[in-house]
Design a protein around this ligand. Structure first.
Ligand SMILES: O=C(CO)COP(=O)(O)O
Length: 262
């Protein structure tokens, strides 16, 4: 059975000191947890840039670390930018691309997302490619729109003949920062469609689909058949919540195994 991927973005919520304390607490939880020890769960953590190298050290052996953004270029006169090359150099394995907040607040266009996805893959990083619809719709058309976003984001990398592992984070924009996630059936339907689509792309074999948008303890068991994991935000700010999610990975796998699924 493939491991569930449990990712956390800390966005810009924490100070450096709080990030270090959180990473230490998460490392302790993860080291002791059978879901991580036995490979049932795979963790990744995405702090802000300045905390990335400390997080790599604190989480070594228990969680991959990533950055929340990367430059389109690999080096040069680009003040304020951080290259995928440097992100990989300091030990990151993943990088977020095209998060809804970057699109909405910082003007990231589809062209930028294409270039950053290519930059991630060019540097051996797995892009955590964020896709999602602006408004709640019918799951079939939402899925088609998400597939369009994925294919658009991957198009430059494809044209350059790249392949690799992509983590598609399905995040309905209306569920980000909300009180509750999208309904389980809605999530399942969109994610199942996205998974079928990725499975038909041999150049990105092994790619996974995770759900984010007010994801929290209690959700995984409701959607587990059709997703490869969760992308958590606010509801992972307590290390205990992450522990609950890891508990659910074990109970969910046991239930699926008993039912002969996944
Ligand atoms: O955007 C998200 C993760 O990247 C989701 O954030 P929240 O879970 O805080 O809504």
């Amino acid at each position: 059975m493939a491991p569930y991927l449990v990712g956390v973005s800390l966005k810009m919520y924490f100070s450096h000191a709080r990030t270090l304390a959180w990473c230490s607490a998460v490392a302790e939880v993860a080291r002791a947890h059978p879901a991580v020890r036995d490979g049932a769960a795979e963790l990744f953590v995405i702090p802000s840039y300045l905390s990335v190298t400390a997080a790599v050290d604190l989480l070594r052996g228990v969680a991959a670390v990533g950055a929340q953004d990367l430059a389109m270029e690999d080096e040069g006169a680009f003040t304020g930018e951080v290259s995928g090359a440097e992100i990989a150099e300091v030990g990151c394995r993943v990088v977020e691309v095209g998060h809804a907040e970057r699109r909405r607040l910082f003007g990231e266009t589809d062209a930028v997302v294409r270039a950053k996805t290519d930059a991630a893959l060019r540097n051996g990083l797995a892009p955590v490619l964020c896709v999602g619809e602006a408004e709640r719709g019918d799951p079939e058309s939402v899925a088609q729109e998400c597939v369009r976003q994925v294919d658009d984001a991957l198009s430059s990398a494809r044209a350059a003949g790249r392949n690799g592992h992509v983590i598609v984070a399905y995040e309905p924009l209306w569920a980000i920062g909300a009180d509750s996630p999208a309904e389980p059936d809605y999530i399942r339907s969109v994610c199942a469609h996205l998974r079928r689509h990725l499975d038909s792309s041999p150049d990105f074999a092994g790619s996974r689909v995770i759900y984010g948008g007010s994801a929290r303890p209690g959700l995984l068991g409701e959607i587990a058949d059709d997703v490869d994991g969760l992308f958590l935000g606010r509801f992972a700010h307590r290390a205990e919540s992450l522990e609950e999610v890891l508990d659910e990975v074990l109970s969910t796998r046991a239930a699926l195994q008993a039912a002969g699924g996944r």
